[in-house]
Write a protein that binds this ligand. Sequence first.
Ligand code: CDP
Ligand code: MG
Length: 697
Amino acid sequence: MAQFWKPGTEKPRLLDDEEGGVLFLSSSFSSSSSGYGYASIEKQRQRLPVYKYRTSILYLVESHATTIVVGETGSGKTTQIPQYLKEAGWADGGRVIACTQPRRLAVQAVASRVAEEMGVKVGEEVGYTIRFEDISNPDATRIKFLTDGVLLREMMEDPLLTKYSVIMVDEAHERSISTDILLGLLKKIQKRRPELRLVISSATIEAKAMSDFFQSSKRRRVSEGEELRPRLEPAILSVEGRGFNVQIHYVEDPVQDYVQAAVSTVLLIHDQEPAGDILVFLTGQDDIDVAVKMLTEEARSDGKHSSGLIILPLYSGLSRAEQDLVFSPTPKGKRKVVISTNIAETSLTLEGIVYVVDSGFSKQRFYNPISDIENLVVAPISKASARQRAGRAGRLRPGKCYRLYSEEYFVNEMSAQGIPEIQRSNLVSCVIQLKALGIDNILGFDWPASPSPESMIRALEVLYSLGVLNDDAKLTSPVGFQVAEIPLEPMISKMILASNELGCSEEIITIAAVLSIQSIWFSGRGVQRELDEAKLRFAAAEGDHVTFLNIYKGFLQSGKSSQWCHRNFINYHAMKKVMEIREQLKRIALRLGIVLKSCERDTQLVRKAVTAGFFANACRLEAFSHSGMYKTIRGFQEVYIHPSSVLFRVNPKWVIYHSLVSTDRQYMRNVISIDPSWLTEAAPHFYQQQRLNPIIH
Ligand code: CDP
Ligand code: MG
């Protein structure tokens, strides 16, 4: 096993052992639940690398419209800069400092950390807002953490974001689709609000491109009072890293199964290496749950090698209690193993990590405008990501990173940088948001990275068919404006509007709430048979959407019982979340004038409403296919029903799916059977009669 590894030559950037091995942070440092006194927290704050730059940061923000702060993960950018700004008076007079994050979990974690540091309750002076969860108080909140998507939504009500004095766009290196849209819009806002300050913070050193972007606007004529304006060219500040050296190990030969390899590597480290926590990067809830289970079983069956391991998953959708476990300090004599998605790459810093195991993969969105198919794919990460991941091992003392790929692969095949999400996404949501903000010339919009014209055209086409855009590519009234106002993907919003006309809004709102969360089923391997049996109890012949209605009804009838969920392999926390989201959707629906009405289980109406939103995802079973192969009507792509669907192996002739996942094949998740005539009814432009007729008959 030991020969499995070969030490590498690559030295992560920003990780020089400049501190000469000085222990910068102790392993007992930091925990949201450790109950440190205020003084101790103050000291911790002063020890963060960013503290040395406090005065410079405040000076630059004062004198420049945009300040770009680059600094290694964990240097204190997210938790400290908003506090510095507040201390310097940027939140006086009722103004608010905003800090955006691409990830919901990071928003919650960071807000509670900052509230703790300031000795206040989350939701008061420090608050946060993520979709469907607003823990802020308009009168009291001075520092507000929010997802970049939520800030975009706020622009629909307040286009110039007037309540904010400073907006910190954090994790800009991630180039999430909402971050890019936000950057483009903030650049516009700056022209109208010279007093607004932007702080763009990033973990990697591509500050130049970002700086060029903010500089590229034409300078206005100097007018009276101009000297009061901040300088327009962005300032760049680099926070020196404090990380220790990280020794890189590569595998000699490519691994077949990265989950298995990750598990073996964790056991090997535990067996052979001194104390220190382990952070494993896998891709998503599914493979993380498998790895947690494998390691837990190993720990049970093989006490000698794995005693003392505390094995914890980390992905979005974890409950508060599960998140707290990840951040709490490791008890003496134990070793924590956190198995995470790339959320721990830069968004969250865990103390105590000395070893990193990097699978080399993450889940990424890919969109093909030709086939009009978007899915989440397990894809290789970039060199930049690999370096970030390795860097997580060097916070406490010199660490080690075990890469589950070869050095040759790293050097020759890994791309240097990832592709911005906007260039690999379906743009339907993006286009409607820009339209709702009055940006009509979308192709001419000032993008930090331009999306492809094909994707744009596809998005316009779909929105036109949904009745959201008119012939002039403007939002239709009222449908377009209503769809834009619902904080869900436009196809779901359209489905909700259609349900109003069809008289099944109660049912469709339930379905929309379920589709907004990852899964309502209990996850975990080894219980597949029980899970399948439980599903059968609720399964509806019409498909998954109708099955959700059965589950929801059962849950209500049980008195929202957790035991009932447990017995039926349903995730109780997920169901509670569904109830919460449903309540919020109900409020939005009422505001839009939607009448809440139940169709009393006339499932045809429910399925017609789904079709009205998701007609673009229609598929037909291949006539002579015994393998359950479907083809999309749109692009004749080969797709299959996912084994988790109640329609798996049932294979109705015509179906509509909610989303695709790609593994060995393209699988449709959440599938419902339809009558093809509903397609031309719902979207005559999209499915021109002559195109569909030969297929239907
Ligand atoms: O944003 P950046 O990566 O530069 O650092 P940060 O998130 O502000 O983290 C600064 C310090 O706060 C790190 O030592 C984190 O471990 C700690 N922190 C924490 O203990 N709990 C959190 N929820 C967030 C940060
Ligand atoms: Mg951060």
